[in-house]
Design a protein around this ligand. Sequence first.
Ligand SMILES: [Zn+2]
Length: 207
Amino acid sequence: LSHIIDISPLISSRMAVWPGDKAYTRTPALSIDAGDNIDLSAIHTTVHLGAHTDAPSHYLGGGEGIAARDLERYMGPAQVICVSTQQGARIQPEDLPVKVVAERVLFRTDSYPDPECFNEDFCSLSVALVHALAQSGVVLVGIDTPSIDPFSSETLPAHAAVATHDMGILEGIVLAHVADGLYDLVALPLRLEGADASPVRAVLVER
Ligand SMILES: [Zn+2]
């Protein structure tokens, strides 16, 4: 039996979203407790909720929407790498303590510890790192923070670098309980027509 490690934060109305973005709400329409025959509810929220994957259309004019993405990026061998950079820093290629050996790399920075409390000084990726990873054949980058660019960035250079290589992006994952090493990642986006991102249930399967 394979062991599944959940790397998705719990989605609730308490979950923090990017300042100004739409927080999660779930509204019951029918309720068994209230005498209805079923429970039925609707949700309203940003598509960049919790563990999510960005579509190119989020950061690139005319870029692919999430429903058009090739799913192979979001499933397969993945390497978890813990990096100890300063709070708020962009991770540089020389910060990696190990060699990259998988096509997907998930960075554990521990710089965004509480999904229910938005902190702005989280770590992110450098452009040099994105290019170096692409050179080694990486097709997806993931991080345990709300963005691969710093909070204050408006030009989003790491997103732009990812776009030049057509890589996948996984943001908002939780890696605090995950040891460095090799796993199989499953983090499939919903097939949301035209959407600029999708929440995912991100898991690692132990080998
Ligand atoms: Zn993003």
